[in-house]
Design a protein around this ligand. Structure first.
Ligand code: NAD
Length: 253
C-alpha cells in the first residue's frame, strides 16, 4: 500500500465498524485523520487509539445530517492540518423494515426521512464542502459508502435501498464532474458486515444473512477498509465514478 504521508483524511462514522477500521488503516499508513461521528466519547477514543499507535488525528464530532456541522468538520481539517486530500463519507444507520404498503404514517415516515438525511443527504453535504477543499489542496479522492442495496433491491428495505442507490448516483455524477480537477470519487457496496450495526439482529436472522453470502460468512470491517484505503490511494489513480462490490458473492447469485 502506498503511504499517505502528508495526506489529510476525513472519515465519517469513524467511531465504529467500517469507519473505525478505515480511520485506523489510513492513520497506520501515515494519513492525518479527522474523525467525524455523533458520539464525542467513542470519537475521542479512536483519536486516542490512533495517537497511541504513533499516528495523528483529531475528533470533529458532528451530526452528518446537518450541513453546517459537516462544513465545520471540513473546516476543522483545514484549520488543524492545513488542508484536506481524502474523504470517506460513511456514517449511516439501518432503516425501517417492512413492506412499503404497510408502513404507518407517523413513525415510519419520520424514520424514512431521518434515514434519507443520514444515509444520503450527508453524502451530499460532505461532498459539497470536501470537493472545494480537496481541489484547493491540489487534488485527492473521495469514497462514499453505499451497499449491496445500492445495486439490488430488498423487499423489506425500500427506504435504505433508495438512500444507497442515491449514494451511487451522486457518486457517479460527482466523479464525472470533478476527475478533471484531480478529485476521484467512487462508492463501495458492502454485503452484510459484522459491525455493531447488526448487533440488534436475532440469531436466526443473522444466520439467514450468512446463508445469502456464498462465501459462508459475513464480511469484516477490516476487509472493507482494505478496499476503501486502496480506492483512496494513488494506486487507484485510474478508478473514478465506479461502484465497488465487496459482498462475498451475495449479488453473484
Ligand atoms: P456502525 O453502526 O458500526 O457505524 C456507523 C457509525 O456512524 C457509528 O459510529 C454512528 O455513531 C455513526 N453515525 C450514525 N449516524 C450518524 C450521524 N447522524 N452523524 C454522524 N455519525 C453518525 O455501522 P457500520 O456497519 O460500520 O456502517 C457504516 C456504513 O456502512 C453505513 O453507511 C452503513 O449503511 C454501511 N453498510 C453497512 C453494512 C453492514 O452490514 N454493516 C452493509 C452495507 C453498508
Amino acid at each position: 500500500m502506498d503511504g499517505f504521508d502528508g495526506k489529510v483524511a476525513l472519515v465519517t462514522g469513524a467511531a465504529s465498524g467500517i469507519g473505525r477500521a478505515v480511520a485506523l488503516e489510513l492513520a497506520g499508513n501515515g494519513a492525518k485523520v479527522v474523525a467525524v461521528d455523533l458520539k464525542d466519547g467513542p470519537t475521542q477514543s479512536i483519536v486516542d487509539e490512533i495517537a497511541a499507535a504513533g499516528g495523528s488525528a483529531i475528533a470533529a464530532p458532528a451530526d452528518v445530517a446537518d450541513a453546517r456541522q459537516v462544513k465545520a468538520g471540513v473546516d476543522a481539517a483545514v484549520e488543524a492540518f492545513g488542508g484536506l486530500h481524502l474523504a470517506f463519507n460513511n456514517a449511516g444507520i439501518g432503516g425501517p423494515q417492512g413492506l412499503l404498503g404497510d408502513y404507518d404514517d407517523s413513525d415510519d415516515f419520520a424514520a424514512y426521512q431521518r434515514l434519507i438525511d443520514i444515509n444520503l443527504n450527508s453524502v451530499y453535504y460532505g461532498m459539497r464542502y470536501e470537493i472545494p477543499a480537496i481541489i484547493a489542496a491540489g487534488g485527492g479522492a473521495i469514497v462514499n459508502t453505499s451497499s449491496i442495496l445500492g445495486i439490488v433491491g430488498e423487499p423489506t428495505a425500500a427506504p435504505y435501498s433508495a438512500a444507497k442507490h442515491g449514494v451511487a448516483g451522486m457518486t457517479k455524477s460527482a466523479g464525472a464532474a470533478y476527475a478533471a480537477q484531480g478529485v476521484r470519487i467512487n462508492s463501495v457496496h458492502p454485503g452484510y458486515i459484522d459491525t455493531p450495526l447488526l448487533e440488534a439482529l436475532p440469531k436466526e436472522a443473522y444466520e439467514a444473512l450468512v446463508q445469502k453470502h456464498p462465501i459462508g460468512r459475513l464480511g469484516t470491517a477490516e476487509e472493507v477498509a482494505h478496499l476503501v484505503v486502496f480506492l483512496l490511494s494513488d494506486r487507484a489513480s485510474f478508478i473514478n465514478g465506479s461502484q465497488y462490490l465487496i459482498d462475498g458473492g451475495y449479488t453473484a447469485v
